[in-house]
Write a protein that binds this ligand. Structure first.
Ligand code: G3H
Ligand code: ZN
Length: 306
């Protein structure tokens, strides 16, 4: 394993170009969810520190809280000012209307999520959404999801998730929908168990299945539910064909813990930026560590998707 150390992307590069380059280098792109300006500042600061590309994500709930157009405007201004390849994804989008709203606002990518429906319905709704968002912006990256990896980037009592995705359904789904990248179920799970937050347990992935799905699907692959995953499994998953890795709960845990600490430090402190500055810094450290890890090239890297 080694660090690639090549930071050639700029704000002018498209998401597709960045993904293709990272894949050639055997690296992955970090996707980090934001629900407020503190989280956004932290992710941007980590990208600036590392000079690495980053994909900012916001689910329907996060978008509703932030404001779809407001988040788009902030990310655009961060990208222009920093000249960094900072992209924006409409994460876990469960309706055609919300996907269209994000595409019209200027999002670079949409995670179309009808994975809770039966396979045939998932195919039909995903295909319809891919066509609609590409009519608005042909360069937009359309992601589709198959399988069950549980819902919610939260701390959980018990593990969630159902049957793992198969290479055959991955192939069929990609062919039938026209998606650019696929998010399969490969041992990943949304959220973290308490033992994971305490660092006593880690998520492990089905690495062989990832390689088989990559081969069958022939598109970029996204790993959801990244929080709490074993570092070595991350590296091997990228080598097996994962291109984008979603992390959310780890950021939320850092946000909550450092906010608690900051508030407890002085009960008379009422200046928001004094209370929130250490929170930005704590979340930034989590993002920075993950960004660096996803650049650590494993020796068993696989072929590329153009
Ligand atoms: O789409 C968001 C992610 O899949 C986050 O999952 O909270 O387990 O990191 P996570
Ligand atoms: Zn997810």
């Amino acid at each position: 394993m080694m660090a690639t150390g090549t930071h050639k992307s700029t704000s002018k590069d498209t998401l597709r170009q960045v993904l293709a380059r990272l894949e050639r280098e055997g690296a992955g792109l970090g996707h980090f969810n934001v629900a407020d300006h503190v989280l956004l500042k932290a992710v941007v600061a980590a990208a600036a520190d590392t000079k690495l590309p980053v994909l900012i994500g916001a689910s329907e709930g996060e978008r509703e809280f932030f404001g779809v157009r407001q988040l788009t405007a902030l990310v655009k201004s961060e990208r222009e000012e920093s000249d960094l390849p900072i992209f924006l994804n409409a994460d876990h989008t469960h309706s055609l209307a919300k996907a269209i709203e994000a595409a019209k606002a200027g999002f670079d990518a949409v995670t179309i999520d009808f994975s809770g429906l039966p396979f045939e319905e998932n195919v039909a709704r995903t295909k319809e959404t891919v066509q609609a968002i590409k009519a608005i912006n042909p360069a937009i990256l359309a992601e589709g999801e198959i399988g069950d990896i549980g819902t919610g980037s939260e701390i959980k009592e018990t593990a969630q998730g159902g049957q793992l995705s198969t290479p055959e359904e991955a192939r069929q789904f990609v062919e039938a929908t026209g998606i650019d990248n696929l998010a399969p179920a490969v041992g990943n799970m949304h959220g973290m168990l308490k033992s994971m937050v305490q660092g006593k347990a880690k998520k492990h992935l089905d690495l062989e299945r990832i390689a088989q799905i990559k081969q069958a699907a022939g598109v970029f692959l996204t790993l959801h539910g990244g929080s709490g995953t074993d570092d070595e499994h991350f590296r091997k998953a990228i080598a097996a064909g994962i291109n984008i890795i979603h992390i959310n709960t780890e950021l939320r845990v850092a946000w909550r813990e450092s906010l608690d600490k900051s508030l407890a430090r002085d009960s008379n402190e009422v200046v928001p930026y004094k209370i929130l500055r250490p929170v930005v810094d704590s979340v930034k450290q989590v993002v920075r560590a993950r960004l660096r890890l996803f650049q650590s090239v494993s020796s068993d890297a696989v072929g590329t998707v153009a």
